[in-house]
Ligand binder design. Structure first.
Ligand code: PGA
Length: 246
């Protein structure tokens, strides 16, 4: 099974109009590596401008509401992201789970809402350091995956990102053996749940991916790309990661 590598930047709460040249430069880098699917999930305020500058990269949102409209002050529906120019959305990022109390059931609803609006989805899972140290990382992540993955999930519109919380923004990454163990467990769970389509679904690694470690991470079996935070803000650091996936 050949799965096209997917490399996505998550800008989190970073980026103003002044950063649009970075979108354009990353978009140009993406266009020069057409064998890799490249995207940038930018703050919602930048989506429409980034969609103009995107070059070979797609633009995504970082979250969406599970409902299509209503009395939800400060929230954005998937359709709103789509209209602004997003074609993808991240759901279930650990920062959303921690800062906004999002449950697995919320994440599954958000994924379905994004799909209903015509967005592709990156669904995040990952364990805390406490769980990693307890030796329960694999069963924890598989349970989170089982409960967060919506009914009807399909490889064509949904990808998984495994992001150990203790590696996000910390400069730490798991050993390649730990990444391989988790990705192979996720692969087996996806095949069990989705059959053949579980083999087509992409599984990204995220957490302190950078230009120095990307090539090694991307050679691990069942690592189909990366979700990249800090190193995706500038083409100087994100470009080599895109190239490493090519
Ligand atoms: P990081 O973030 O690359 O800055 O560790 C990854 C993420 O949270 O998606």
């Amino acid at each position: 099974m050949v799965r096209r590598k997917l490399v996505v930047g998550n800008w989190k709460m970073n980026g103003l109009r002044a950063h649009l040249p970075q979108v354009a430069a990353i978009g140009a880098e993406a266009a020069s590596h057409p064998q890799v699917e490249v995207g940038l999930c930018v703050p919602a305020t930048l989506i429409s401008m980034a969609a103009e500058a995107r070059g070979g990269a797609f633009i995504g949102g970082q979250d969406c509401h599970a409902k299509t409209s209503g009395a939800h002050t400060g929230c954005l529906s998937a359709q709103m992201l789509k209209e602004a120019g997003a074609t993808w959305a991240i759901v279930g990022h650990s920062e959303r789970r921690a800062d906004h109390g999002e449950t697995d059931a919320d994440v599954a609803s958000k994924a379905l809402a994004a799909h209903a609006a015509g967005l592709k989805v990156i669904l995040c899972v990952g364990e805390s350091l406490e769980i990693r140290d307890s030796g329960e990382a694999v069963p924890f992540v598989l349970a989170q995956l089982e409960a967060s993955l919506p009914e009807g999930a399909a490889a064509e519109w949904l990808s998984i990102a495994y992001e150990p919380v203790w590696c996000i923004g910390t400069g730490r990454i798991p050993t390649m053996d730990q990444i391989a163990e988790m990705h192979s467990a996720i692969r087996a769970a996806l095949i069990k749940r989705l059959g053949k389509d579980g083999n087509a679904m992409r599984i990204l690694y995220g957490g302190s991916v950078n230009a120095a470690n990307a090539a090694e991470v991307f050679t691990v079996a069942d690592v189909d790309g990366g979700l990249v935070g800090g190193a995706s803000l500038k083409v100087e650091s994100f470009g080599p990661i895109i190239a490493a996936a090519a």
